[in-house]
Design a binder for this molecule. Structure first.
Ligand code: GAR
Length: 236
């Protein structure tokens, strides 16, 4: 078993430094997941600090949220770079400089290449608004609504070189009403995202995540249902 935090990723328990986990958040949009993580840190539910918010879109609302919280912000327009690799190398340089131990993708709309992943092996996580492996790619909630699923959800996973593919840390499910509009499904999933993403960061910070094959083992988990996130009932 490979503890994520030992041979692969850093955590305060595995590297014996007792230092708080420093995270770098990459986002492109509204930033509600950024806010959920920041709020969880402020309330003591997550033992980490946000060292930097990296954003590729100067108009993104997440920038205001980060500035309002006094988080260091770096804007890097992907269009200013010739290749995905050169963009990712620049991102990795900033993350390195900020001494980040975990890279958190929170609505980041660029595919992460091996250039960045190699510099942060097993230290990049993502949230995807679907129950992977279903509905990979863009507009997962719209895909789920159009497909007519009865259950949708969100997934936090480690990032590997294939899109929406890496080992799954936690998932949350929500019911979908027959004929329900994509936006309504989107909001219900988002509420679960805001619960499970900070929780996943905290599991990493505590050094409790190990990867075995493509499975994530959560140390100290007492029973399979112990840490399940149960979705709220459908509104009338
Ligand atoms: C979230 O729903 C997140 O799951 C999704 O983008 C949204 C960002 O919202 N990410 C993806 O679709 C990645 N494939 P936010 O900016 O309010 O956190």
């Amino acid at each position: 078993m490979n503890p994520v935090g030992g041979g692969f990723a850093m955590s305060k328990y595995e590297d014996n430094s007792n230092s708080r986990l420093r995270i770098g958040i990459l986002a492109s949009g509204t930033g509600s997941n950024f806010d959920a993580i920041a709020e969880a840190i402020d309330s003591g539910r997550v033992d980490a600090d946000i060292s930097v918010l990296l954003c590729n879109r100067p108009e993104a609302k997440v920038l205001d949220k980060a500035k309002a919280r006094g988080v260091c912000v770096e804007i890097l327009r992907h269009g200013d770079f010739d290749t995905r690799e050169s963009f990712d190398a620049a991102l990795a340089d900033i993350l390195d400089h900020a001494e980040v131990g975990l890279v958190v993708l929170a609505g980041f709309d660029r595919i992460i290449s091996a250039t960045l992943l190699r510099r942060f092996p097993n230290r990049v996580i993502n949230i995807h608004p679907a129950l992977l492996p279903a509905f990979k790619g863009t507009d997962a909630q719209g895909q789920a609504a159009a497909y007519g699923v009865a259950i949708a959800g969100a997934t936090v996973h480690f990032v590997d070189e294939d899109v929406d593919h890496g080992a799954i840390i936690i998932q949350a499910a929500v019911p979908v009403a027959p004929g329900e509009a994509a936006n309504s499904v989107r909001q219900r999933i988002l509420a679960q995202e805001h619960r499970i993403y900070p929780y996943a960061v905290q599991l990493f910070a505590e050094g409790r995540l190990s990867i075995v094959g493509r499975k994530v083992i959560v140390k100290g988990r007492k029973s399979p249902g112990d840490e399940a996130v149960i979705s709220p009932p459908l509104p009338d």
